[in-house]
Design a protein around this ligand. Structure first.
Ligand code: COA
Length: 182
């Protein structure tokens, strides 16, 4: 089991014990209105099934974020065509303390090293300024825009796509051969 430790956080793969906290967090529409792939409504069964599915996915990195309690999820997911995509969310109570900047940097660093990706993509709805700020700080650069359906809003929302190369990440944060979690 991969475990990442950052200055304030511990990241470990999602476990069954997280299911209640995940289901509770993803019943908050402030959170899900910014996410493309979360069913609405969201229940405990959805969380249990999601944990089972990610446990079986050995080509992706999924982490539950902990600081005394469960705070959220961050992942670099590999699609069938080998594309890597960063995604994340935090329980509403954990916003605004820099936690995701810390967790996402550690996860991106881990994913580049473990899977040898040359690029990692991501995206955020155009009204998601906090997420765009995180992606910019990590070095992600603009890669167009396209609409994505949002189940909570029940409509298409324009999504800014971004991409990060391994070499740009290394320029900003140091060699992946030697770097440790942020
Ligand atoms: C996006 C999300 C993960 C951000 O997590 P967070 O830990 O609160 O983010 P951070 O505290 O690391 O802050 C990120 C940056 O955004 C900035 N920011 C926060 N809210 C902002 C806003 N409304 N407008 C502009 N900037 C904002 C912060 O100042 C910070 O910038 P800084 O580090 O330069 O000061 C969290 O808001 C969330 O879970 N949202 C719902 C789900 C979601 O949007 N997931 C991402 C989908 S792309």
């Amino acid at each position: 089991m991969d475990i990442l430790v950052t200055r304030r956080l511990t990241l470990r793969p999602p476990l069954d014990v997280d299911a209640d906290a995940i289901a509770t967090a993803l019943q908050n529409k402030d959170v899900t209105r910014m996410l493309t792939n979360v069913p609405n409504p969201y229940g405990l069964d959805d969380a249990v099934n999601w944990i089972k599915r990610v446990d079986e996915d050995k080509h992706s990195a999924y982490f539950s974020i902990y600081r005394q309690k469960f705070l959220g999820v961050v992942s670099v997911q590999t699609s069938e065509d080998g594309e890597a995509d960063l995604g994340y969310w935090l329980d509403r109570s954990a916003w605004g303390q820099g936690f995701m900047s810390e967790a996402a940097r550690a996860t991106v660093s881990h994913a580049f090293r473990k899977f040898g990706f040359e690029t990692i993509s991501s995206g955020a709805y155009e009204d998601n300024r906090a997420s765009m700020a995180i992606l910019r700080k990590l070095g992600f650069e603009a890669d167009g825009a396209r609409p994505h359906f949002n189940p909570t809003r029940n409509c298409q929302v324009s999504c800014n796509r971004v991409v990060l190369t391994r070499s740009r990440f290394e320029q900003l944060f140091g060699s992946l051969e030697t770097s440790v979690a942020a």
